[in-house]
Design a protein around this ligand. Structure first.
Ligand SMILES: NC(=O)c1ccc[n+]([C@@H]2O[C@H](COP(=O)([O-])OP(=O)(O)OC[C@H]3O[C@@H](n4cnc5c(N)ncnc54)[C@H](O)[C@@H]3O)[C@@H](O)[C@H]2O)c1
Length: 262
């Protein structure tokens, strides 16, 4: 979808993590539809990321699929460095890949894995990109409303998403001399495979059926609906655009009113 709010992407090169499906896929497509010349798509899922790269090419941009696990730092460095070298330039980084595994309060293994992907993963990807991203570039980190709220059985996820906000604010200061902006988006419930899985887990935990859990999820939200992944992608694309050049170190909630401005 092209948007008048998304100016200046023509000729830009973008990297999107978690780009095989959901919010990451929609973001890659939206950047391509609004003029990006090259999108590098990174994901754990080799077939999914190839499919997504094909969809980006169908929209007229070049696409490179990088199949790698963010938690494997050596593989990540090797694969990403090669793709960035081949691309030649980099303007936009979207740290979107994430997992939402539940954990008991004493479950260290899940805690470490969730932190590794959601928080250290964003750090590691960005670190690989710092020498390539041009002055005036854009970094957008995908946090969550659980970056400002707590949630049952979610200490790891919630802490990782809170952590991304601190990372965003501090990195914005580090990169301001290069006019690179760093911002975060905080989605509420978005209709993606992650959300379907989460609502399925909730349904089986409380012994309910998924349809009822989805109905209740809608009722909890003032606008009475889930958010479309393309709506989150639109916000990310705006923050990646020329129109957002004066915005840095900020967090933007898109939650259909769930947190009521909290
Ligand atoms: N869906 C929601 O309701 C919601 C709400 C708030 C925040 N978010 C955040 O938005 C982001 C995208 O979520 P989504 O709903 O599109 O999720 P999704 O599960 O539908 O897609 C996530 C993508 O990330 C990839 N990924 C996961 N772990 C990876 C790893 N270790 N290395 C490389 N790729 C990996 C997956 O393969 C998948 O393609 C996540 O950071 C998530 O926490 C989602």
């Amino acid at each position: 979808m092209t948007s008048p709010l998304v100016a200046g992407l023509t000729g830009k090169t973008a990297l999107v993590t978690g780009a095989a499906r959901g919010i990451g896929l929609e973001t890659a497509l939206m950047l391509a539809e609004n003029g990006a010349k090259h999108v590098i798509l990174l994901d754990l899922d080799p077939a999914g990321v190839q499919r997504a790269a094909g969809a980006v090419r169908d929209r007229g941009a070049a696409a490179t699929a990088v199949a790698v696990d963010l938690a494997d730092r050596t593989e990540l460095r090797v694969a990403l460095s090669a793709s960035l070298r081949d691309a030649g330039s980099l303007d936009i980084v979207v740290n979107n890949a994430g997992i939402c595994d539940e954990n008991a309060p004493d479950d260290l293994d899940t805690w470490l894995h969730v932190m590794d992907v959601n928080l250290t993963g964003a750090f590691a990807v960005t670190a690989c990109c710092l020498g390539r991203i041009g002055d005036g570039g854009r970094i957008v980190n995908v946090s969550s409303v659980l970056g400002k709220l707590g949630n049952l059985r979610n200490t790891a996820y919630s802490a990782s998403k809170h952590g991304l906000l601190g990372y965003t604010k501090s990195l914005a200061l580090d990169l301001a001399p290069r006019r690179i902006t760093v911002n975060a988006v905080l989605p509420g419930r978005v209709d993606t495979p992650m959300m379907s899985r989460e609502l399925g887990v909730l349904a089986s935990r409380i012994g309910s059926d998924v349809e009822r859990v989805v109905r209740n999820a809608r009722r909890e939200v003032p606008l009475r609906r889930l958010i479309e992944p393309a709506e989150v992608a639109g916000l990310i694309a705006f923050l990646a655009s020329d129109n957002a050049a004066a915005i840095t170190g900020q967090s933007f909630t898109i939650d259909a009113g769930f947190t009521r401005g909290a």
